[in-house]
Design a protein around this ligand. Structure first.
Ligand SMILES: [Mg+2]
Length: 379
């Protein structure tokens, strides 16, 4: 699976390179000075974390007598060339040349230059890095998170509005981006169901789940608790018809949320249950379950779970297979589930527990291994 890449919008002066005082213009080669660590950090953010890079900069009066274009071009082109030599390639370089008093719609914090990115599927996972309030406002206007680079040695300003993460250097920015909680919204609205909620893969097992089906809620609570995911989910489904749409749509929504939260899967264990063995086996009294997970990008379900009763609580037993089928299709993962037991409440509960543990391992972030875990380059 090749998820759309989020964008790291970056300011230039005071963010990538030092803003010289008092002129604030970088109009000669002598004034070109990179911020410490910026090249290495951006290379890793681009290569390992999968962000595309877009430079957005206001250059007051560029192309006028006060700031001739050729004075700007030399240092700018050298800067881009040095970045490119280290693997930092900007997808786009956007410069607004107006003066503040001209009130240009393209001048940060306005969005004229980035209008086309507003429809980007990965926009909500995108970020802005800048040093000034106008950069923070730009992020707010675009509806994305902001990181403010605050000078080393300077006092951190008190929490401003809009909210932002404040970092003192580029290494801190990289660490913040690499270790951010992986969160996705659970949202789906059809004629048959309305689902809302959030999923956090880096949670502690907190949950609040309400689908109108008590036994199904109980199973989803296992997923949160044993997977150590935070799961908040409400489903209002057409239970007056039957349980089918509610269970199916929750399976689809959860699968989509996992897929979204994993982004393009950098830094995760490819195989659930780690390298050896590749399965999670759990007992529960007389029942047992084995679950194998591969977040392969290819949906497949092997299901060997024999039920003899028609229902457990308010859930028809045939719907468990359908739930996992919906989940693998939406998450594009491979699941092999085998279980046996006499007590059917135990039987399905241990399936959900083993599934949760396997999934937890499958999405855990390996320390210091942030490449995509396949030789094919994408999953
Ligand atoms: Mg700046």
């Amino acid at each position: 699976m090749n998820a759309p890449r989020p964008i790291l919008f970056v300011d230039r002066d005071g963010t990538l390179i030092v803003e010289p005082k008092p002129s604030l213009q970088i109009d000669s080669f002598e004034k070109l000075e990179f911020l410490p660590g910026v090249i290495t950090a951006l290379a890793k953010i681009h290569r390992e974390l999968g962000y595309d890079l877009v430079l957005v900069s206001n250059q007051d009066g560029l192309g006028t007598e006060s700031f001739p274009q050729e004075d700007f071009d030399g240092p700018q082109n050298l800067m881009l060339q040095i970045f490119a030599g280290e693997g930092v390639i900007f997808r786009e370089v956007l410069i607004d040349p107006s003066f503040p008093h001209e009130d240009s719609p393209n001048r940060k914090p306005r969005l004229g230059l980035v209008e086309k990115y507003r429809l980007l599927p990965a926009l909500k996972r995108s970020m802005m890095v800048g040093d000034r309030e106008s950069d923070m406002e730009f992020a707010k206007n675009l509806g994305i998170e902001a990181i403010q680079l605050v000078e080393t040695g300077a006092e951190l300003p008190s929490d401003g509005i809009p909210p932002r993460k404040q970092c003192r250097d580029w290494n801190e920015i990289y660490e913040y981006l690499a270790n951010r909680d992986r969160i996705a919204s659970c949202a789906r609205k059809t004629e048959e169901t309305a689902i809302e909620g959030t999923l956090c893969l880096d949670g502690t097992g907190r949950y609040e789940i309400s689908t109108g089906l008590g036994f199904f809620d109980h199973m989803l609570e296992q997923l949160a608790r044993h997977g150590k995911f935070d799961l908040f989910l409400t489903c209002r489904g057409d239970l007056e018809v039957d349980e089918h749409h509610t269970i199916e749509d929750v399976g689809i929504t959860l699968g989509e949320a996992f897929r979204e939260a994993l982004d393009n899967k950098r830094g995760i264990e490819r195989y659930g249950a780690a390298e050896e063995p590749v399965s999670v086996k759990l007992p529960m009294d007389e029942s047992r379950a084995e679950v194998l997970v591969d977040l392969s990008g290819r949906p497949a379900l092997q299901w060997e779970v024999p039920f003899h009763r028609e229902r457990i609580g308010d859930v028809p037993t045939e719907m468990f297979h359908h739930f996992f089928r919906s989940f693998v299709d939406a998450s594009r993962s491979t699941l092999h589930i085998t279980a046996s037991g006499k007590n059917e409440h135990h039987l399905i509960e241990i399936v959900f527990k083993a599934f949760s543990r396997a999934l937890r391992k499958a999405v855990s972030r390996e320390k210091n291994a942030r490449g995509i875990p396949t030789t094919k380059g994408v999953l």
